[in-house]
Design a protein around this ligand. Structure first.
Ligand code: FAD
Length: 442
């Protein structure tokens, strides 16, 4: 029998990654029945680090205080009052003069490898985690009956009975019926292809790739000294840059070493790299950077693709809405891809909470699209531009004054944004679209 406290519609979440799990917790809060369909045999994550700025941690809290705790339980947190985002240094020896200096500012001269820009962050709880740890904490919040594994979505059709329901078809030959599908299936999203068509949905190679590796903190301390590995560091260079930050309550040193190439031909986007290739890419770098690279035994290489701007994040026939990387995969140069997935989940679950029947879902998805698309497409384009700046390819080239100017202005619109204002705007627009007397208008 239908539980009257539950919504009379039922959603399918396709993809049980960061966005899919956060969305599930938000739907549980509003008593919205749903199932997660994940292609893998279990929830699993790669061994890499990810950071969330304070505004994203606050947004987790708005969805559910338990989600905020799940992140903070496993995060390495900087001093919340005195947050700096990165100590920025020049790593590329070619940028230094004959005496090793790279910058002169206010009468002070800075050597290669020294901090030349202190890039401030924003106060508040925030930090870096090992993705696998974060996922494990979130899985604890989701009842066992919600996820179904080994379910790779291949198609979605609209039911022919006039209900508007979505019929999901999986690679194992099974089908499932839901009022709508929420595509949280990442950058290579099948849901995105169904919404936009294959051509528009296609990810584009950004011209950048990254070696990702993890070191025990003790080893990083031996290389860099006691303090620097415990703070986020960025080393700039020509067509390459490297960043590090502590994760996992300070026990692990996360390294991401970026490089450039024109094309990425391998159909795999995450491949095993070698120390030799890395050493070649970083041949002109400061000994500290070289020592970090030497210590990264088996780095993964990630080709960095992003999405061209989507003309919509939803479709009525079949009824699908896109969330997280499926909607707006971005390069990682502003450290906000997962954070924007958090924002998507907050807005979408709160808007869904106003729906009283399956027929309301199209209006909800349209409102979500209006609210989320402009902000998230801006992230994709500004992030690409950021990658160029850190690799001396921006308008200011290798001029550190220009780079500092850029950095100071780059992140404000991401970090200082009050997401509750977006929600209010969405709720107003949605309430205006509901007929008079709609029972959950707030
Ligand atoms: C080098 C690098 C560093 C980054 N650093 C940061 C950072 O510091 N901060 C930050 O906020 N973001 C960062 N990001 C971005 C962040 O990792 C992504 O934005 C985030 O992982 C997206 O989560 P998602 O759940 O939307 O997609 P995904 O994590 O890709 O999850 C998609 C899920 O869908 C499943 N799936 C796929 N296809 C199907 C199908 N057909 N059927 C069923 N299931 C399917 C997959 O198995 C997977 O579980 C970084 C990214 C990179 C590459």
């Amino acid at each position: 029998m239908h539980d009257p406290s539950q919504k009379p519609f039922n959603l399918a979440i396709v993809g049980g990654g960061i966005s899919g799990l956060i969305l599930s917790v938000g739907l549980l809060k509003h008593n919205i029945p749903h199932t997660i369909y994940e292609s893998a045999a279990s929830f699993k994550e790669i061994g890499a680090g990810v950071g969330l700025a304070a505004n994203f941690v606050r947004t987790l809290d708005l969805i559910s205080p338990a989600l905020r705790e799940a992140f903070l339980n496993v995060a390495e947190r900087p001093d919340e009052k005195n947050v700096h985002w990165f100590d920025v240094r020049v790593g590329d020896l070619r940028r230094a003069d004959a005496d090793g200096f790279v910058r002169k500012k206010n009468g002070q001269k800075f050597l290669i490898g020294e901090t030349v820009i202190k890039w401030p962050g924003r106060p508040g709880l925030q930090g870096g985690v090992l993705r696998a740890h974060w996922l494990d904490e979130m899985v604890k919040l989701i009842p066992d009956h919600i996820p179904k594994f080994g379910k790779r979505l291949v198609d979605v059709l609209t039911s022919e009975d006039g209900s508007g329901d979505a019929i999901l078809h999986f690679a194992d030959g099974t089908i499932a019926r839901h009022s709508a599908v929420i595509g949280c299936d990442g950058i290579k999203s099948r849901c995105r292809e169904i919404v936009l068509g294959k051509e528009e949905a296609k990810p584009v190679f950004s011209g950048k790739y990254a070696y990702r590796g993890l070191l025990p903190m003790d080893e990083a301390v031996q290389i860099m000294g006691e303090e620097p590995p415990r703070k986020a560091q960025m080393f700039l260079g020509y067509h390459t840059h490297l960043l590090t930050f502590p994760i996992a309550r300070g026990t692990v040193f996360n390294v991401v070493a970026f490089s450039s190439r024109e094309v990425w031909a391998d159909p795999q986007w995450v491949v095993q790299g070698s120390r030799e290739e890395m050493m070649k890419d970083y041949a002109d770098f400061h000994p500290t950077v070289k020592a970090i690279i030497t210590a990264m035994r088996k780095p993964d290489v990630w080709a960095l693709f992003d999405h061209q701007p989507a003309s919509t994040f939803f479709k009525v026939d079949p009824r699908i809405c896109l969330v997280g990387d499926a909607a707006h995969a971005s390069t990682p140069f502003q450290g906000a891809g997962a954070g924007f997935g958090v924002e998507d989940c907050y807005i979408l679950t709160e808007l869904l909470a106003t729906a009283t029947k399956a027929g309301d879902l199209d209006k909800v998805f349209q409102t979500y699209d209006e609210v989320r698309r402009p902000r998230s497409l801006k992230l994709v384009s500004t992030s690409r531009a950021g990658g160029k700046v850190y690799q001396f390819e921006g308008e200011g080239g290798d001029d550190l004054d220009e780079i500092e100017q850029d950095m100071v202005g780059r992140m404000g619109w991401i970090w200082d944004h009050d997401i509750r204002i977006d929600l209010d705007r969405g709720l107003q627009s949605l309430n205006a679209a509901y007929p008079v007397g709609h029972s959950s208008v707030r």
